[in-house]
Design a protein around this ligand. Sequence first.
Ligand SMILES: [Zn+2]
Length: 72
Amino acid sequence: MSAPAAKAPKAAAERRVSCPHCRGQAVYGPSNPWRPFCSERCRNGDLGDWASERFRLPAEAPPDGTLPPETP
Ligand SMILES: [Zn+2]
């Protein structure tokens, strides 16, 4: 056998991107169902942040007439 080097032949087919959540390496391919995130946790975490941000908006802006008195 005289086959030098070729460690992971499949690696060439795997494209890698930066995970939008943790900036880590994420496989951008069929082997990664959570792409472009690196993992399910990052994907859920990103969605969670986004969702909570949306839910906070109406909470911080109550309809007029229900504003609580200012407490210094
Ligand atoms: Zn990540």
